[in-house]
Design a protein around this ligand. Structure first.
Ligand code: SF4
Length: 202
């Protein structure tokens, strides 16, 4: 049996973090392939499946990341927590990266990222332990029931957690007035926009 650690990778790229608390910061993205959560409005449906040729070794991913000046790396997906992330997270931390993880919270998180964004999805509910670990709770607003969904998870978060509501990009105009109204009534929540989409970067 091979002891080489590898992960299925859909893509890696340098960009700005477009969403949430770290919006606007330079970041190296590692998008792992594979997701079984099945959000109807998912904007990366190409990430759901995994092909054998997508597997890349941990060493390869670390060597590639090392070339980048910005020391934030975002591990996203897909649903990255489907995999044992501990070797990848600790390997990136050892070369000086702050490791940010974006997850739906549906799977236990292996490893200790420096920042955890949980974006809970109604299609597969998040684990309460993940909500409790989250530095940031980011709820995508697609329809009216997402506001109650946001409040439901708010109660399981830790005291330092940041709360964001983010309009689903295709529903932006329809849901924005309701988001503004909700934030006015629930001021612990903030607005997150997919700024990378507005300025046309990855
Ligand atoms: Fe898409 Fe993320 Fe939902 Fe998976 S969890 S279906 S990658 S939006």
């Amino acid at each position: 049996m091979s002891s080489i650690v590898s992960y299925p990778v859909m893509e890696t790229f340098a960009t700005l973090q477009g969403e949430g608390f770290h919006t606007g910061r330079a970041a190296w993205f590692i998008r792992l392939a594979g997701c079984d959560v099945g959000c109807v409005w998912c904007d990366v449906k190409d990430s759901w499946g995994v092909n054998p040729e997508q597997y890349r070794t941990l060493e390869d991913l670390i060597t590639e990341a090392e070339k980048h000046k910005g020391k934030i790396v975002v591990i996203t997906g897909g649903e990255p927590a489907m995999y044992d992330l501990d070797p990848l997270i600790s390997g990136l931390q050892q070369i000086g990266f702050n490791v940010h993880l974006e997850t739906s919270g549906a799977y236990p998180v292996n490893g200790n990222p420096d920042w955890i964004t949980v974006s809970p999805k109604k299609f597969v509910a998040p684990l309460k332990e993940n909500i409790a670990r989250a530095n940031e709770l980011k709820v995508i607003v697609f329809n009216d029931s997402d506001f109650q969904w946001a409040l439901t998870h708010h109660q399981y978060a830790n005291v330092n957690c940041k709360y964001f509501l983010q309009p689903e990009f295709g529903k932006f105009k329809a849901v924005m007035p309701k988001i503004l109204e909700f934030i006015a009534e629930n001021p612990s929540w903030q607005l997150s926009l997919q700024t990378h989409k507005f300025i046309g970067i990855p």
